[in-house]
Design a protein around this ligand. Sequence first.
Ligand SMILES: Nc1ncnc2c1ncn2[C@@H]1O[C@H](COP(=O)(O)OP(=O)(O)O)[C@@H](O)[C@H]1O
Ligand SMILES: N[C@@H](CC(=O)OP(=O)(O)O)C(=O)O
Length: 352
Amino acid sequence: MSRVRVVKFGGSSFAGPEHFHTVAAHLAGRVRDGEKLVVVTSGMPGATEELRRLATELHPEVSSPALLGLLPLADTVGAALLRIALERAGLRAELLPPHHIGLASSPAGGQAAALTGVDPVYLHGHLAAADALVLPGGQAADAHQRPTWLGKNSSDLSAVAVAAALRLPGCDIHSDVEGVYDADPRQVPAARLLPTLAYADVVTMARAGAKVLHSGAVELAARHGVTVTCRLNTGDFRVGSVIGPTGDPAYAVVADARSVVLTGDDPDAVEAVLAAEGLATLRVAGAVVATGSFADVPALLAARGRTCTVTGQKLLTVLRAGVPEYELVPATELAVVARSRHAALTTVAAVA
Ligand SMILES: Nc1ncnc2c1ncn2[C@@H]1O[C@H](COP(=O)(O)OP(=O)(O)O)[C@@H](O)[C@H]1O
Ligand SMILES: N[C@@H](CC(=O)OP(=O)(O)O)C(=O)O
């Protein structure tokens, strides 16, 4: 009998059409080796944001429900293209629409939906006749079977949720880096790979704005004991990091270039507006910090009647043995400060 494995390929896996074949060839090899696959797929890089751009070009005050109906289509296209590449690679592949994935969410409405449960019955049914099920990440259905979107970067969440529902011990999350480093390797060239990490430390890094994994996905993995294996999305598809209940003590720097630091309005009210849009926030030195942001945060707040000042600072977090320390750094100095904090950390970690 085949072993079932959930594998996720993020947008960075599909930088061009040929990458669909690269991924399909890898997956075909795994099927030949005896695996049955549930493949969670994101859209091509930038595809979601390109849809957002088009929508706001058509209508600058586009409503949230209208926008949320459009954005998930990027992931549908990614999944449909991968299904085609898998078919060409000789696999029996099936593409699942949102209401056949089994992910249940809060009602479709003006904000990103919350995952409320997972019913594995469809997955078991479809798996019987397929080598690979392909499903678009971040998509669910509400109690009325209306399609919903689980928010930015939520493909990781889909992968973990599906693995938990199928009662699997783990899932593979593939990206353009083989694993979690002690700093973003694109910002800090001396960053080092962390081979084993505890769930809690990755959640802290993700909440501080590290782009590599979705914080809710790691929280869900912790609740269900799903081991998350981070792997490369090309070449030898090697394993870089394994995230589980325990790991090496985490010493790391997270410099969130996408963070938005806000002052000047009622912080509780500002956080409530941002939370309703699925944006994560932290409170640092009296300011509200939206981490890993994608939306036009000041415009969003203005539309909800809040007036804030954007300070021009960015959030920098240093983890020492998993304990975070937050500081606000001028945006122009973020990369330099990140490298210097990382260098100091490397010395401490070597001594510890
Ligand atoms: N601590 C970190 N370790 C590894 N990668 C990181 C880290 N922090 C940020 N990143 C960035 O995360 C990127 C991968 O995330 P993302 O672009 O969302 O990939 P995907 O599209 O595959 O989900 C990497 O290219 C890297 O620049
Ligand atoms: N549509 C999602 C897809 C996603 O989760 O992306 P990735 O897996 O590349 O982080 C987004 O852009 O937010």
